[in-house]
Design a protein around this ligand. Sequence first.
Ligand code: CP3
Length: 344
Amino acid sequence: MKTEDKALLRVLAGEALDPPPAWMMRQAGRYLPEYRATRAKAGSFLDLCYTPELAAEVTLQPIRRYGFDAAILFADILLVPQALGADLWFVEGEGPRLSTLTDAAGLAALRPVSALDETLAPIYETVRSLRGALPAETALIGFAGAPWTVATYMIAGRGTKDHAPARAVRYRDPVVFDGLMARLTEATTHYLLQQIDAGAEVVMLFDSWSGALPGPLFQRYATQPAAEIVTAIREKHPGFPVIGFPRQGGEKLPAFIAETGVSACAIDSGVDPVWAAEVLQPVACVQGNLDPTLMVAGGAALEDGVRALRRIFAGGPYIFNLGHGITPEADPRNVTRMLEALRA
Ligand code: CP3
C-alpha cells in the first residue's frame, strides 16, 4: 500500500472516513503485560528507548494485539534535553528527574544541535527498522516534545504541578528563557527531520503543558515555536503531515491552527467535541478526545463515549484517540471493546 492510501494519511489530507482511523497516546505502555516483560528485559526505561530492537518491539506490540491504524515511535520527549547535555534519570513510581537549567551559565553549557545525533542515532535506527516491520496499512508517527513543555522539565528538573519554575525564569530572565526556547526549537526541528528521513510518515508535537502558559504568552511560546517547526519541516517536505497537541489550549486552539498550519489538532478531554467539530474541523483534522479513565472503567460509559465521538466527528476529517495517554491501570480488554464500538 502506498503511504497516501493509509487511512491515517487520508484523513490528515482532509478526507472524512467513517469509521475513522484510530490509535492511542501511550499505546505501548505499562497496561500491557508484553510491554512490562520487554521493559524488564531492557533493564530500565531509558535502556528500552535506546535499544532499537526492543524499542521497535514495544512499538509493534499494540499493533499486533489491536490492529491500530498508526504506530507511534517508542521513545520519550526528554531524550532531546539529554542529548543537549542535561542529566536525565527516572525514579521508579515517581517520574523523570533532570539536572536543572535556570541561568545563563546553564544555557551556555548546553551542547550545540550539531551534537544531538551522537545521542539520538539509536532512535532513528528504531524508526528505520519499524518501516520495514509494520503492516502495509499502518502509518508510522514520529514525535517530539514542544519547546515549552520540554523547557518546563529542563528548568524545574522534574514534572511540576503548575510549571511555576519555568514561568518564573521567563519573568526574571527573559534573555535566558528565550535562548533556551530558541535552542529547543532548533533541536526539535532537527530531531523531527531526522525521524522523517528515517521513515516517519507523520510527526506529532506534544505540548502537554501549554495550558500553563498565561494567555499573553501562549502565542509566543506555544504557537510561534510550533509554527517555526512546521514551516521548517515543510520547506524540506512540502505538505508533510504534522499533528499539534497544545494540551489545554482551549479557546486558543483556532488561532493555534491558523498560525501554525498543522494538519491536525489533537484535543484533550476538556474540549467540548461539539464545539471542536463546528469550529476546528472545518480548518483541520481533529484528533481525540475520549477520557482515558474510560479505559479503566469500561462498561456502557465507554461504549457510549466512543459512539458519541464517532457521530459528532463523522462529517469531517477525524482521528479517534484518547484525550491524553492511556494509564497503567487501564484494562487491556477495554481497548478491544473501544475498537469494537468504534468499528461496529
Ligand atoms: O505514546 C507512545 O506510546 C509513545 C511513547 C511515548 C512515551 N512518552 C513513552 C513513555 C511518548 C509519545 C511519550 C511522550 C511524553 N513523555 C510526554 C508528552 C505526552 C504526555 O503524556 O503528556 C511527556 C510529558 C513525557 C515525559 C515523561 N515520560 C513522564 C512525565 C514520564 C513518567 C510518567 C509515567 O507515565 O511514568 C515518562 C515515562 C514514560 N514515557 C513511560 C512511557 C511508556 C513510562 C515508563 C516506564 O515504563 O516506567
